[in-house]
Design a protein around this ligand. Structure first.
Ligand code: FES
Ligand code: FES
Length: 132
């Protein structure tokens, strides 16, 4: 399988690998798996109270395309609002990385991870507001 230059770049120099503090109320965690291959991606976003994504970190146990997809979206989401980040689709990721059809599900993982992380942040915020 020939990887595109962009996939190789992100795979060899992944951006924003790591972990954010789950206990931080402004951190949302998205953990998603790809049924097609069993790969797993964890994306964490630090989101300000007014809905700006300030930081993003990922850990992906998977193929080169999945690692490149997660690395790319951490770059894309930083500085965006939650609403803007929700519009990032796997098609954008697949196009940017020139993923072949058999690797499209790797980019779906990245889209799903963004949505799951934002969802987790929103749930945490609602829980806090109910307590307050
Ligand atoms: Fe799991 Fe991609 S199939 S590495
Ligand atoms: Fe399954 Fe890439 S995430 S092959």
């Amino acid at each position: 399988m020939a990887y595109s230059d962009k996939v190789i770049d992100h795979y060899e120099n992944p951006r924003n690998v790591g972990t954010l503090d789950k206990a931080d109320p402004n951190v949302g965690t998205g953990l998603v798996g790809a049924p097609a291959c069993g790969d797993v991606m964890r994306l964490q976003l630090k989101i300000s109270d007014d809905g700006i994504i300030q930081d993003a970190k990922f850990k992906t146990f998977g193929c080169g395309s999945a690692i490149a997809s997660s690395s790319l979206v951490t770059e894309w989401v930083k500085g965006k609002t939650v609403d803007q980040a929700m519009t990032i689709s796997n098609k954008d990721v697949a196009r940017e990385l020139a993923l072949p059809p058999v690797k499209i599900h790797c980019s779906v993982l990245a889209e799903d991870a963004i949505k799951a992380a934002i969802d987790d942040f929103k749930k945490k915020r609602e829980a806090r507001q109910q307590k307050a």
